[in-house]
Design a protein around this ligand. Structure first.
Ligand code: G16
Length: 544
C-alpha cells in the first residue's frame, strides 16, 4: 500500500462549535477542507495509530463520500481497525455505545444533527473520545490549533470501499469491519429497560403510539426496537426511511418542525404517546395525548421516577442540566438528596461528571436527555424510558406530568430563537447586555425584582477547567429567569436564543397557557436586549 502525502493549505475557520465542526456541504466539498480536519484529528489523537476507530454518520448528503475519504486517510495514518456502520450509518448514541462497548480509541461521527441535509444544506464532523463522549474543549482546541498550521495530509489510492456488506475486509494494513448499526445499541436498551413489560402493554392494546423518525437515522433503530421487538403495531414508526435530504424536512424534533407527529397526539383521536427524534438520533421530543412535555420537565420526571426503571432501580447518584435548561430537575434533586450540577450548553460538559459517577441522568432544554449508559444524549433511550414508565405507572402522560407539578411545582418554560441574524449585530447585542449586568441586581423590571445578573462561567468540578462567557443570566427573586446566548451550532449568520422560565408552585395556576404566563417576561427580555431595533426582527423565527 503506497501512502500518498498531499500538500495542503490551512483554513482559518475550522474551530469546532457546540458540537463539532458544522458547515455548509459546499464548504466541506472544497478541496482539502474535510481532509485537513480529519488529518488534524489523527495528528492530535495519536492513540488512533495502531488503534481502533468507530466511524459512521446520520446518512445525510455527503455522508458516504466523506466516509470513503476518512477510511483512506485512516489506512494511511496507521489505524489498525475501523468499525463502520453498514451503509455508513450510525446514530450518535449508537456510535457512543459502540466506542465504549468495544473499548476503542474513539470515533468520528458525521452529522449536522438537527440541521437540514442536502447539497445546499449542512454537514458536520466531530470526534468522540474513548469514553464515548464528544471531545472536551482541550481536545477540540488542540484539533483546531492543528488545522491552523497544517501543510500536508496522508491518504492512499484505492477504489470505492464497499460499505454495504457486513463483514471484515482489509484496506492496506487496516482492517475495516462493516457492522450492524443497530444490534449493539438494541442490546443495551434491552439491558436497561423492562422489554417484557413494555411488550405486554403493546400486546394488550393499552397504548397506541407514533414515533416520527423524520426521515433520519432513528428509522431503522425505532422499527427494530419498537415494532419488531416490542410489538408496537406496524406503522408506529412514521417517516422511518433515512433519506439524504431528510425528505426535504428539517429533522429537528420540536413543535414546529415535527408538526406531523404533534398533530397525531392532539384532538379526539389522539394517540396515547408520541415522540420524535432528530437527524442523528440524540434528541427527543416527548408528547402525551394532548400534552407536550418540555425537555426540561421530561428530565425532571425521569429523575423523580428513575427508581421505577430496571436500569436505574438502585437509585441515581446525581443529576446535571445545562444552564439554560429549566430548574425543574433541581427541585427533584433536592427532594432526593442528590447533587445537581449546572453546566454550560453542550453535551461534552456532562462527560467528566458521568465518568466520575457524580451524575446518572442529565439533560438539556434543546430536546436532549441521557444517562450514564452512553456519553451522548439519546433520543430513543428517552422514548423507551417513558414507555417503561407508562407500563409501570399505568397512567396517561398528562397525569404523570400534572402530579409531578403538584409535588414539585411547575417551571413554565419557553425559548425564542432569532435565526440567521447579522453576526455583528448579535455580538453588539450581547455586549450591550453585558454592560448592563452590574447595575441590574436590586432593580425592578416591570414588577420583577432582579436577584442576580451575570455572564455564566463554569468550573468543572472534576478537572478544574474553566469555561467563561457561556450566556447571560438574569434571575428574579420569584425564581423566574431570562437567559440569552448565541448558538454554537448554526451555519449561517448568528442565532440568538432567549430562554425564559417562570416558577408556579400553586397547583390551581399550573394549567394556564405557557404563552400567557411567559408574556411579561418576553416583554422584559425583548426590551432589555433591544432585540427589535438591533436585529431588525419583530418576531422570533422559532418558538419552542
Ligand atoms: C448540540 C449540543 C447540545 C446543545 C445543542 C444546541 O446538540 O450537543 O449540547 O444544547 O447543540 O446548541 P446551541 O444552542 O449552541 O445551538 P446537537 O443535537 O445539535 O448535537
Amino acid at each position: 500500500m503506497k501512502i500518498i502525502t498531499v500538500t495542503t493549505q490551512a483554513f482559518s475557520d475550522q474551530r469546532p462549535g457546540t458540537s463539532g465542526l458544522r458547515k455548509k456541504v459546499k464548504q466541506f466539498q472544497a478541496p482539502h477542507y474535510l481532509e485537513n480536519f480529519v488529518q488534524s484529528i489523527f495528528d492530535t489523537q495519536t492513540e488512533l495509530k495502531g488503534g481502533t476507530l468507530v466511524l459512521g454518520g446520520d446518512g445525510r448528503y455527503y455522508n458516504r463520500q466523506a466516509i470513503q475519504v476518512i477510511l483512506r486517510m485512516a489506512a494511511a495514518n496507521g489505524v489498525a481497525r475501523v468499525m463502520v456502520g453498514q451503509g455508513g450509518l450510525l446514530s450518535t448514541p449508537a456510535a457512543s455505545c459502540i466506542i465504549r462497548k468495544y473499548k476503542t480509541n474513539g470515533g468520528i461521527i458525521l452529522s449536522a444533527s438537527h440541521n437540514p441535509g442536502g447539497p445546499d444544506a449542512d454537514f458536520g464532523i466531530k470526534f468522540n473520545t474513548p469514553n464515548g463522549g464528544p471531545a472536551a474543549e482541550n481536545v477540540t482546541e488542540a484539533i483546531f490549533a492543528c488545522t491552523r498550521k497544517i501543510s500536508e495530509y496522508q491518504t492512499i489510492a484505492c477504489g470505492e470501499i464497499d460499505l454495504d456488506t457486513i463483514g471484515a475486509r482489509p484496506l492496506g494494513e487496516t482492517r475495516v469491519d462493516i457492522i450492524d448499526p443497530v444490534a449493539d445499541y438494541a442490546a443495551l436498551m434491552e439491558h436497561l429497560f423492562d422489554f417484557r413489560r413494555i411488550k405486554q402493554m403493546f400486546d394488550s392494546g393499552l397504548l397506541r403510539m407514533r414515533f416520527d423518525a423524520m426521515h433520519a437515522i432513528t428509522g431503522p433503530y425505532a422499527k427494530h426496537i419498537l415494532e419488531d421487538t416490542l410489538g408496537a403495531e406496524p406503522g408506529t414508526v412514521i417517516n422511518g426511511d433515512p433519506k439524504e435530504d431528510f425528505g426535504g424536512g428539517h429533522p429537528d424534533p420540536n413543535l414546529v418542525h415535527a408538526h406531523e407527529v404533534v398533530a397525531l397526539s392532539m384532538g379526539h383521536n389522539a394517540v396515547d404517546f408520541a415522540a420524535a427524534s432528530d437527524g442523528d438520533g440524540d434528541r427527543s421530543m416527548i408528547l402525551g395525548r394532548n400534552i407536550f412535555v418540555t425537555p426540561s420537565d421530561s428530565l425532571a420526571v425521569m429523575a423523580a421516577n428513575a427508581h421505577h426503571i430496571k436500569g436505574y432501580a438502585n437509585g441515581i447518584s446525581g443529576v446535571a442540566r445545562s444552564m439554560p435548561t429549566s430548574q425543574a430537575v433541581d427541585r427533584v434533586a433536592a427532594a432526593l438528596g442528590v447533587d445537581c450540577y449546572e453546566t454550560p450548553t453542550g453535551w461534552k460538559f456532562f462527560g467528566n461528571l458521568l465518568d466520575a459517577k457524580r451524575i446518572t441522568l442529565c439533560g438539556e432544554e434543546s430536546f436532549g436527555t441521557g444517562s450514564d449508559h452512553v456519553r451522548e444524549k439519546d433520543g430513543l433511550w428517552a422514548v423507551l424510558f417513558w414507555l417503561n414508565l407508562l407500563a409501570v405507572r399505568k397512567q396517561p402522560v398528562a397525569k404523570i406530568v400534572q402530579q409531578h407539578w403538584q409535588r414539585f411545582g411547575r417551571n413554565f418554560y419557553t425559548r425564542y430563537d432569532y435565526e440567521g441574524i447579522d453576526t455583528g449585530a448579535a455580538n453588539d447585542l450581547m455586549t450591550h447586555l453585558q454592560m448592563q449586568l452590574a447595575g441590574l441586581p436590586g432593580t425592578t423590571l416591570d414588577g420583577y425584582k432582579v436577584d442576580y445578573a451575570d455572564n455564566f462561567a463554569y468550573t468543572d468540578p472534576v478537572d478544574g477547567s474553566i469555561s467563561e462567557n457561556q450566556g447571560i443570566r438574569i434571575g428574579f427573586t420569584d425564581g423566574s429567569r431570562i437567559v440569552y446566548r448565541l448558538s454554537g451550532t448554526g451555519t449561517k449568520g448568528a442565532t440568538l436564543r432567549v430562554y425564559l422560565e417562570a416558577f408556579e408552585p400553586d397547583p390551581k395556576k399550573q394549567r394556564r397557557e405557557t404563552a400567557t404566563v411567559m408574556q411579561p417576561l418576553v416583554e422584559i427580555a425583548t426590551a432589555l436586549a433591544e432585540i427589535v431595533s438591533r436585529t431588525g426582527r419583530k418576531e422570533p423565527t422559532v418558538i419552542t
